[in-house]
Design a protein around this ligand. Structure first.
Ligand code: BES
Ligand code: ZN
Length: 401
């Protein structure tokens, strides 16, 4: 971020007006608000209508059709410093940036939970692989395509199937305004402190950087069928062992991450509005490509430091063989940033160091081939997710079904 900070005007509000480049704006192509680092806004090759710049971020309008070219350009140009938030209005965006929600600061300490280790041993590569394969077989999982709706319904059904027979578990679709893809939310009601919530999520959508045709092929095996498959495996093991929790657990397959973290922003915002008590968020976005000599890379920006340190301590206790390191995304690269924005402690364990991640994401070739047809790398993430849910959520084996 240092490069960006140097180029920005620092604090305060600077009004900038940028001429609209490109095609005239038609009604069919409505303008949407985004926030984008100021240096990117200045250099952007796509039409941006900037209203104001504050805290190094520009609030600008972009035609809907230009979102994908913008995202593509950001990836090509700034490997560490791109990304943008979709904003529902100028006022709300300005408020979020200039008056960030007070951050909840919690301290975490691993409990001596003996039920954890036997669960980690049950994680199966094959079962993660099968879910990745099924999700990657949808033509695409685009936020604006019927395939993106179908794929989320499949996730809902899969989670319902796993949770069948448990009256403390509900699975529902969460609809959003402005696009057809829903998010999926699974809730395991807590027995002791049901108002305390522990979140594990990933995005269910996929994207192709070069086209927004609803029929385009966008398998997204690593980005992010891998994250959803990892979460699904953790759920399967929890239910298979009749685990019940003290806190309430929520699992998400978010909609529309690829177009500005839209689904997760909606959700985190409504949690804040209802003052829900979220004790931790883990984001799993890309878990199955072994690009670095590490099993897990913890991102350290747009996350909560205490929570991240706690996850590392959990690994030390329950899975000391897992090799991890840290790195930064350099921008709000995934849904953990939505939770951070609304003041919740979040974390982002990632598959590789930045720039050593899967080079085929957002292409038609983001398939399992890049992981030698296997889901071995994702296994460590399923173990971490299980340790996190069990320890923070207070999971225990329950005798009654
Ligand atoms: N999975 C990626 C994020 C990612 C890619 C993290 C490579 C680390 C390395 C995510 O789905 C994505 O593409 N995010 C967008 C940002 C979003 C705000 C539109 C991106 O990185 O451009
Ligand atoms: Zn992703």
């Amino acid at each position: 971020m240092s490069r960006m900070q140097k180029r920005s005007f620092g604090l305060g509000v600077v009004a900038i007006s940028t001429a609209l480049i490109g095609s005239p704006i038609l009604d069919k192509d409505p303008l949407v608000w985004i926030s984008i680092p100021q240096d990117a806004q200045i250099k952007s090759p796509v039409s941006l209508k900037t209203a104001l710049t504050t805290h190094g971020l520009s609030l600008a309008q972009v035609p809907t059709s230009q979102i994908l070219p913008l995202s593509h350009w950001m990836h090509e140009t700034y490997h560490r410093c791109g990304g943008f938030f979709y904003e529902s209005s100028l006022e709300e965006a300005r408020e979020a940036i200039e008056h960030p929600v007070a951050k909840t600061s919690l301290s975490y300490a691993p409990q001596a939970n003996v039920a954890i280790s036997p669960l980690l041993a049950q994680v199966k590569e094959e079962s993660i692989r099968t879910t990745i394969e099924t999700l990657a077989q949808f033509q695409n999982r685009l936020y604006s395509s019927p395939h993106g709706v179908e794929s989320q319904k499949w996730v809902m059904q899969k989670w319902q199937e796993i949770a069948a027979g448990r009256n403390d578990i509900t699975v529902e679709l969460v609809s959003h305004t402005g696009y057809i893809q829903p998010s999926v939310m699974l809730t395991i009601r807590g027995l002791g402190n049901p108002n305390d919530i522990v979140v594990l999520g990933g995005h269910g959508d996929s994207i192709l950087s070069t086209s927004r045709d609803p029929e385009i092929r966008a398998p997204g095996a690593d980005d992010n069928a891998s994250g959803i498959a990892t979460i699904t495996e953790a759920l399967k093991i929890l239910v298979g062992n009749t685990i019940r929790f003290q806190k309430t657990i929520k699992l998400f397959s978010y909609a529309a991450e690829e177009v500005g973290l839209r689904g997760s922003q909606d959700i985190a915002k409504s949690f804040r509005k209802n003052n829900l008590n979220v004790k931790g968020v883990m984001q799993l976005d890309m878990t199955n490509y072994a690009g670095s000599p590490f099993d897990i890379v913890f991102m350290t920006d747009y996350v909560d430091t205490n929570l991240t340190t706690y996850l590392q301590a959990l690994l030390k206790t329950h899975a000391p063989e897992i090799k991890w390191t840290t790195d930064t995304c350099g921008y709000a690269c995934s849904d953990h940033a939505s939770w951070t924005r609304y003041g919740y402690p979040s974390s982002m364990p990632f598959e590789a160091r930045m720039n050593e991640d899967n080079p085929r994401i957002h292409t038609t070739r983001d398939t399992l081939d890049m992981s030698k047809g296997r889901a071995e790398h994702a296994v460590s993430f399923a173990k971490l997710a299980l340790a996190y849910l069990m320890d923070l959520g207070g999971g225990e084996i329950s005798l009654d079904q």
